[in-house]
Design a binder for this molecule. Structure first.
Ligand code: KDG
Ligand code: MG
Length: 409
């Protein structure tokens, strides 16, 4: 088999997505996700201008060779743009291989290690009442594990809280990237946050009981000692994990946090390679790997990271917000089903327009996801529907402290 075409499709049904479709001389097509929220066109150009010409004529079955070739021949390694582009190619090739084999992709990754994939959803609220309603709504949808994010008194807009006003006055619901010409400015006060959050978890535990797995995302905003304090103060509420408690570029920061708290730690949604995890995994400073298939060089690379993590009892917690397209989501589900050290899968659910563009065969029942039994990934793209929703510039917001200093968002 030979690759005869590779097309980069940038569409914006509910939000922007970068999709690579690879076509072979046997008529088999494969899809890969290269969406990088707020920087989509950089990946589209990397693919179109620098990768697609290298793919034509290649044997699509040689996935490891294609991965090593794209990673090493560029000379400039790593980084979110490069690794999202490599991921798009890698996942499209796995899709083709599995379709050629007539099997769902998870079969080629070793087969199913479980019958279903436990998912967590995003509950949030501007106050306790709204938060409780959101948790109840998620329980009614079938979720059995819930991420909890709330507004903080004294802060106008906080990441992850639905229905709070955003900079352009629209509701903030599930998609933080806003279709504005400039990134929206939000505000932040770590002391106010640290004072407030333990009381939120106390209220949630006394309303919903001890069993419900609860998660929380600190979204990179604390120093190590602040994160240590938060982890410690949340211990009585038995979190499933505390995510991104510090900006994770500095792996050593996690050592301090770890020495102060038994709250499980999850990190890695902005990581791109195994090297970002080297200290964290080897020294068992984290409990869950948060990388997306889409931002880590695809299934080939994330499987290696998770196999490395398995040796240290570190589990998966694959990133699955709405800026991972249904293609990237399906890739995650096949991997989740196959690996032994599965932990949990984030599942935020896409909007109706996205589901028109991407036909999917995965299911969500009683809190558990399954990728389905279609050959390949189980996702197809409707090119006409995609073309009806062209790219729209959108940016993630950023934070400033009260004195005007730019802060992590
Ligand atoms: O594009 C940024 C989002 O992917 C990120 O803010 C979502 O932190 C996130 C999460 O845990 O889903
Ligand atoms: Mg996160």
């Amino acid at each position: 088999m030979q690759i005869v075409a590779a097309d980069v499709i940038v569409s914006s049904p509910d939000r922007n997505f970068v999709t690579l479709q690879i076509t072979t001389d046997e008529g088999i097509t494969g899809l890969g996700d290269g969406t990088l929220n707020g920087r989509e066109l950089a990946v589209a150009s990397y693919l179109k201008d620098h990768v697609v010409p290298l793919l034509i004529g290649r044997d699509p079955h040689r996935i490891e060779d294609a991965w090593q070739f794209l990673y090493r021949s560029a000379y400039w390694r790593r980084g979110p743009v490069t690794m999202a582009a490599i991921a798009a190619v890698d996942v499209a090739l796995w899709d083709i291989k599995a379709k050629a084999a007539g099997m769902p992709l998870y079969q080629l990754l070793g087969g199913a290690s479980r019958t279903g994939i436990m998912a967590y959803g995003h509950a949030s609220g501007r106050d306790t009442e709204e938060l409780f309603d959101s948790i109840r709504k998620h329980l009614a949808l079938g979720y059995r594990s819930i991420r909890v994010q709330t507004a903080v008194p004294g802060i106008n807009a906080v990441y992850g809280v639905a229905a709070q006003p955003s900079a352009d006055g629209t509701r903030y619901d599930y998609e933080p990237a806003q279709r504005t010409p400039l990134p929206a400015e939000e505000d932040w006060d770590t002391r106010a946050y640290l004072r407030h959050i333990p009381s939120v978890f106390e209220a949630v535990r006394s309303e919903f009981g001890p069993e419900l797995p609860l998660l929380h995302d600190g979204h990179h905003r604390m120093t190590p000692i602040q994160a240590a304090r938060l982890g410690k103060s949340l211990e009585p509420y038995d979190l499933f994990w505390l995510e991104d408690c510090t900006p994770a570029e500095n792996q050593d920061a996690l050592r301090l946090v770890r020495h102060h708290t038994t709250t499980p730690l999850a990190i890695g949604e902005i990581f791109n390679t195994v090297w970002d995890y080297q200290t964290l995994i080897q020294e068992q400073l984290i409990d869950y790997v948060r990388s997306a298939v889409t931002h880590t060089g695809g299934i080939t690379a994330l499987k290696k990271i998770l196999d490395f993590a398995a040796q240290y009892q570190v589990k998966s917690g694959i990133h699955g917000p709405t800026d991972i397209s249904p293609v990237g989501m399906a890739a995650a589900l096949h991997l989740d089903l196959a690996i032994h050290n599965f932990g949990i899968q984030e599942y935020m659910q896409h909007g109706a327009l996205t589901n028109e563009v991407f036909q999917q065969s995965f299911s969500f029942e009683d809190g558990y996801l399954h990728p389905g039994e279609q050959p390949g990934l189980g996702v197809e793209i409707d090119l006409e529907a995609a073309a009806a929703h062209p790219y729209q510039a959108a940016y993630l917001p950023f934070n400033r402290l009260k004195d005007g200093t730019v802060h992590d968002w």
